[in-house]
Write a protein that binds this ligand. Structure first.
Ligand code: TA6
Length: 309
């Protein structure tokens, strides 16, 4: 690990990663939860609610919660599973992780079930998470989940990086890369629909699971002249969520008007749950970049970003 262990909110331990050119990230051991990602100018790129509890067993509201082994209420467990409500450890001797990134700023965390946990979900697993900052300030999260059951049993799970992006004004944001795809609408009993042909914009609550998406999605924030690019691997689906005003008021750990400044775009594996036999390992990776952009100046043609490298 090349990060610095520090005390966070309510005394919860966190690791601070710094990249020589100035970008940084913070990860809490509670939940294996990234709560901050800043660019080389020190600008925060992730949304974190000013009302977030930081009080276990409640999840942290904002940043990048990990949804495992269950996305949302797609199963018997609490919403989004339990990985985000557990204390993770620093993985001092992780198996090698071949990456194409020359990142020097990274930390490896690990979550394994306790006896107590096994009563809730009767499986033995190792969940390894590497959080890394690239030389250009990109944020990479790589999850490796291994079935370590000794009773020969397989297990099945769904997964998401529930990323909260910080935006200047939700009504000015466009999402590119999900046009014409099928999605399940969580606001209409998960009925299946097909998205229209244009970029997605926001005028009300949205809670959609896009199925079998491209590996790259762009989030354009005109006011901030910034485009987030989500690259994902092993995560075929993508969830787009904004609670809007009513749900915002109903959430105790979320400010009434904070919906204007956040958008969740979540790299996920939901439609086809993943099954692992004992000894098998799954890997799911997301890479986030924030590129200066101005749609008008043509500096950024989303199609070029989505089709480019
Ligand atoms: O990812 C979208 C979603 O499943 C929404 O349905 C909404 O519930 C959101 O997650 C937040 O869930 P949470 O359990 O963190 O309140």
């Amino acid at each position: 690990m090349s990060g610095e262990l520090a005390e966070g909110v309510n005394g919860l331990e966190k690791i601070i990663l710094r990249e020589p050119r100035g970008s940084s990230a913070e990860v809490y051991l509670y939940g294996g939860h990234v709560t901050s990602w800043k660019n080389e100018h020190g600008e925060e790129l992730l949304f974190l609610s000013s009302k977030s509890f930081f009080k276990p067993p409640k999840p942290i509201r904002g940043g990048i919660p990990l949804c495992f082994p269950q996305f949302s209420n797609l199963g018997p467990l609490d919403s989004h599973g339990f990985a985000r409500n557990k204390f993770w450890s620093i993985d001092i001797d992780p198996p090698a992780l071949p990456t194409n990134s020359s990142s020097k700023a990274y930390v490896d965390l690990i979550l394994k079930p306790s006896e107590e946990d096994m009563k809730i979900w009767p499986h033995s697993y190792e969940f390894r998470l590497r959080v890394a900052l690239g030389p250009g300030g990109d944020l990479m999260l790589t999850s490796r989940i291994r079935n370590t059951n000794s009773d020969g049993k397989s297990f099945t799970f769904t997964f998401a990086y529930h990323t909260y992006f910080s935006v200047s004004d939700i009504s000015e944001v466009r999402v590119e890369g999900l046009e014409t795809l099928d999605y399940l609408d969580n606001l209409q009993k998960r009925e299946r629909f097909t998205e229209q042909g244009d970029a997605i914009t926001f005028e009300g609550p949205v809670d959609k699971i896009y199925l079998s998406t491209p590996t790259k999605i762009a989030i354009l924030d005109h006011e901030k002249k910034r485009t987030f690019v989500v690259r994902k691997d092993g995560l075929p689906d993508a969830v787009v969520w904004n609670p809007w005003d009513k749900k915002a008021k109903a959430m105790a750990d979320f400010g009434d008007d904070e919906y204007k400044y956040m958008l969740c775009v979540e790299a996920a594996a939901i439609e086809k749950p993943i099954t692992l036999k004992p000894g098998e390992e799954w890997r799911g990776r997301q890479e986030l970049s924030a590129v200066p952009s101005s749609y008008c100046s043509g500096q950024l043609d989303p199609q070029r970003v989505l089709q480019g490298s």
